[in-house]
Design a protein around this ligand. Structure first.
Ligand code: ZN
Ligand code: ZN
Length: 274
């Protein structure tokens, strides 16, 4: 092991339509991706996972739906009290449509495709199809390690598959089971929204995206943003494992399912040359 290796910790603090938040950091610098749970919960869950003192140098926002930004206002002030103010990176389309109570101090605008430097980390956003004006997904590069958080997209795209292929660890949306959504309790308009081109990935669509974007780099996969009404961890896992078995790599990739009501234990990605 190189003297210069370092572990990046990735902790999915919450995942699902009641709130999304993921921490990525290497002990020297770190970011939160989205903040759709209460600030108190962000801090509690970080503490529960032994990350209470983990550095937070920026917050990366994907889009303005409340399950991604609810805490932004309160969190920005809480982080400023902890030390220096923290930038909240988001697109202009997202910034212009934030719920009033979720406007953070320190908004920094990005364009889809931009990469911003956060201490020695590089955060890169890219466009995804979702029903907001300018949604993005984020990848965080720490040295030669790449972590991707890719949720809230209505369909797989070539670009997203390419971005997934560059990830060592990916948090990937497996929102709903097609049959459960169709036969479930949601009203017609909501079913149409979810399965539309700018809604959420079904297990089948996510599996197809995983197949297109599967690379030798991928060592850890988190199935994310599962619907509590229209999916089960078992069904999502079955879809993902089908792809991995089919490619003969099911033994090489650790697969976890993100949780809504509690954090997943931190996962490590080794990096060198940061
Ligand atoms: Zn969402
Ligand atoms: Zn959304």
């Amino acid at each position: 092991m190189s003297l210069f290796a370092r572990n990046v910790q990735v902790c999915v603090l919450s995942s699902g339509s009641a709130g999304n938040c993921t921490y990525v950091g290497d002990g020297h610098a770190g970011v939160l991706i989205d903040c759709g749970i209460a600030t108190k919960q962000v801090m509690l869950r970080l503490g529960e996972m032994g990350l209470e003192n983990a550095p937070i140098n920026a917050v990366l926002i994907t889009h303005e739906h409340s399950d991604h930004v609810a805490a932004a206002g309160v969190l920005s002030r809480a982080l400023a009290k902890r030390g220096s103010p923290v930038p909240f990176y988001m697109t202009a389309g997202t910034a212009g449509n934030l719920p009033v109570a979720s406007v953070p101090d320190g908004i920094e605008l990005v364009e889809p495709g931009d990469t911003v430097q956060v201490a020695h980390l590089r955060a890169e956003c890219f466009p995804i199809p979702h029903d907001t004006p300018e949604p993005v997904a984020w990848r965080v590069h720490v040295g030669d390690a790449t972590i991707g958080v890719i949720t809230d997209l209505g369909r797989p795209t070539k670009l997203v598959a390419e971005k997934l292929a560059g990830c060592d660890l990916a948090v990937l949306e497996f929102n709903h089971d097609e049959a459960m959504l169709l036969n479930g309790p949601y009203p017609y308009w909501l079913k149409q929204r979810i399965k539309g081109n700018h809604g959420h990935l079904s297990n089948g669509q996510a599996a197809s995206l995983l197949g297109d974007g599967l690379s030798k780099r991928l060592k850890t996969l988190v199935l994310a943003h599962l619907s509590e009404e229209n999916n089960t961890p078992e069904r999502a896992l079955e879809s993902a494992m089908g792809v991995l078995h089919g490619r003969g790599v099911s033994g090489e990739i650790a697969v976890h399912v993100g949780r809504q009501r509690g954090p997943l234990p931190p996962m490590s990605v080794r990096t060198e040359r940061w």
